[in-house]
Design a protein around this ligand. Structure first.
Ligand code: 5AD
Ligand code: FES
Length: 328
């Protein structure tokens, strides 16, 4: 069984001469443990209102240059996703205080009437809230640690608490969610060693899903003049994650495709087995600008659904008809 130590991971991350070997090893392990089916998750970005000030994120509360919205008819978007064949819906938003425990539970119960697995990606919440969401039917929860380097975390996230984020991840595990986490690659001052720590952390908490994306500088944030993350380095972190956590779900992230026009397919051939196409209605989609040049800003959900299936088929893979839990 292939496994790497922290030192080996650092060595691999620093050395680009063996990249092809790394990517094909990750692809082989993906095939062995997850097969050739790709799971699609329909992403609904239902509110871009956020109380946080993450230095890299375009939705940060101090960005007064975006029009804020809440989608009132989430169910309509979800039904559209179901009609298009999605078996998982991901509800994502900023940290929007409007969505109290009670309101969220109503939404969850409503969506769980549909034949879908439901993932939440709505930020840090109390144990009590997370418990109520789970009891209302939420199956999975995404909350990236972003970076395990505590100092860097604190720099990137003013007024946020690293320990609270960790607490959320632990609570989610306790509550029986499938837990998704992940990191950004290419944050200012982020070291290779800390990326190795990120990978070791995913293994340590036994994450069920890990999403890895390159940092992309947003013009309306304090990091506007910083260089973008490196596509290949992000791909390497992803491939190493597959090699260490063999049977988990790993998305080919949208941010990868923003930096490379074939990014998602390359990721699917380097360890990924999931894609999360956007099913947010077009009028809102442009306003959910976490980072600039997001893909599919003018494509209807129908279009993306066909587009991605064609791409997946073109590399000899198929779209799964199952819910796509870690363990089926
Ligand atoms: N570039 C790339 N990814 C970003 N995210 C937020 N801002 C950016 C950015 N500028 C990612 C974070 C978050 C996810 C929803 O989007 O990792 O967890
Ligand atoms: Fe949206 Fe290809 S997935 S256009």
């Amino acid at each position: 069984m292939t496994d790497f130590s922290r030192n080996e991971i650092i060595e691999i991350l620093k050395d680009d001469s063996k990249n092809e070997w790394l990517f094909s090893l990750a692809d082989k392990i993906r095939k062995e443990y997850k097969g050739d089916e790709v799971h699609l998750r329909g992403l609904i970005e239902f509110s871009n209102i956020c109380k946080c000030r993450c230095k890299y994120c375009g939705l940060r509360s101090e960005n007064k240059n975006i029009q804020r919205y809440r989608i009132t008819d989430i169910t309509e978007s979800a039904k559209n996703a179901v009609r298009l064949g999605y078996k998982t819906i991901v509800l994502q938003s900023g940290e929007d205080g409007f969505y109290t425990k009670e309101i969220m539970c109503e939404i969850i119960k409503e969506l769980k009437k549909l034949d879908i697995a439901l993932t939440l990606s709505i930020g840090e919440r109390s144990f009590e809230d997370l418990k109520a969401f789970r009891e209302s039917g939420a199956d999975r929860y995404l909350i990236r640690i972003e970076t395990t380097d505590r100092k860097l975390y604190e720099k990137m996230h003013p007024r946020m608490d690293f320990d609270n984020r960790m607490r959320c991840l632990k609570d989610l595990k306790k509550l029986g969610y499938e837990v998704g986490t992940g990191c950004l690659v290419g944050l200012p001052e982020q070291s290779i060693d800390s990326l190795a720590d990120d990978i070791m952390f995913f293994k340590e908490i036994n994450a069920d899903m890990v999403g890895i994306g390159p940092f992309i500088a947003h013009p309306q944030t304090p990091l506007k003049d910083e260089p973008n993350g490196n596509f290949t380095l992000a791909l390497k972190v992803m491939a190493l994650t597959r090699i260490l956590l063999k049977d988990i779900n790993i998305p080919a992230t949208t941010a990868m495709e923003t930096l490379n026009p074939n990014g998602r397919i390359i990721a699917l051939q380097s360890g990924a087995n999931v894609v999360m196409p956007n099913v947010t209605p077009l009028e809102y989609r442009k306003k959910y600008e976490i980072y600039p040049n997001k893909i599919c800003l003018n494509e209807e959900p129908e279009h993306c659904r066909k587009c991605i299936e064609n791409k997946i088929n073109s590399i000899g893979r198929t779209v799964s008809k199952n819910y796509g839990f870690r363990k089926n």
